[in-house]
Design a protein around this ligand. Structure first.
Ligand code: E4P
Length: 218
């Protein structure tokens, strides 16, 4: 399973890349706004940190402007994936960019049939949002199960399922069990994944016993 990091904070991306946890990065307009930086600059910097796909999202709502934005974003670096919303204009833009050889991530997906449309439009990735469905007392992970099954039924569909809006480690465990191709994870969730109370307790005991020996390895 590939791990993308869901942030526009370059310090986090650098630190997690050193752990080998960054197969790619996803951003969205809210994450760029939170970074307080100019979008083209922050995307260029992220693309320098990782050779993996870096999703940069269009902000226009009409096809022509979306397409112009997508072409602008893909020229920032060779590893930019253009992110478009799951609207009629977004699907049309996805189709054109895909035909031009640009990878596209179709975002804001909330139903299995939307995911089917994105695949037919040639999307490289579909981003179903699990956390935002859970927030409405709907089962976000069921959406992942449905999309994975539908795509498996039609092997000619090559779109990868990129699980988005992940809020906690259980989301990741469930998505991995379902065989989703990619999870995009906020840095805080990746750090939560490292931690286990038994690891901490075990390490404390080892350290205390080691001190009693009076030895040092070096
Ligand atoms: C990433 O591609 C999505 O934009 C992101 O995962 C959305 O997460 P949120 O629902 O926590 O804002």
């Amino acid at each position: 399973m590939k791990f993308f990091v869901d942030t526009a904070e370059v310090a986090d991306i650098r630190a997690l890349a050193e752990l080998g946890m960054v197969d790619g990065v996803t951003t969205n307009p809210s994450l760029i706004a939170k970074s307080g930086r100019k979008m083209s600059e922050v995307i260029a910097e992220i693309c320098d940190i990782t050779p993996g796909p870096v999703s940069a999202e269009v902000t226009a709502e009409d096809h022509e402007t979306m397409l112009a934005e997508g072409r602008y974003l893909r020229d920032i670096a060779g590893n930019v994936t253009v992110k478009v919303p799951l609207t009629e204009a977004g699907l049309r833009t996805c189709r054109v960019l895909t035909q031009e050889g640009t990878p596209v991530n179709v975002t804001l997906c909330f139903s299995p049939t939307q995911a089917l449309l994105a695949a037919k439009a040639g999307a490289t990735y579909i981003s179903p949002f699990v956390g935002r469905l859970d927030d409405l007392a709907q089962d976000g992970m069921q959406l992942i199960a449905d999309i994975v099954q539908i795509y498996r039924n039609y092997p000619d569909l090559t779109t990868q399922v990129l699980v988005a809006s992940i809020r906690h480690p259980l989301h990741l465990a469930q998505a991995a069990k379902l065989g989703a191709h990619v999870a995009t994870l906020p840095p805080a969730v990746i750090r939560q994944l490292i931690k286990h109370p038994l690891t901490d307790r075990g390490l404390e005991a080892f350290t205390a016993d080691w001190k009693k020996t009076g030895q040092s390895i070096l």
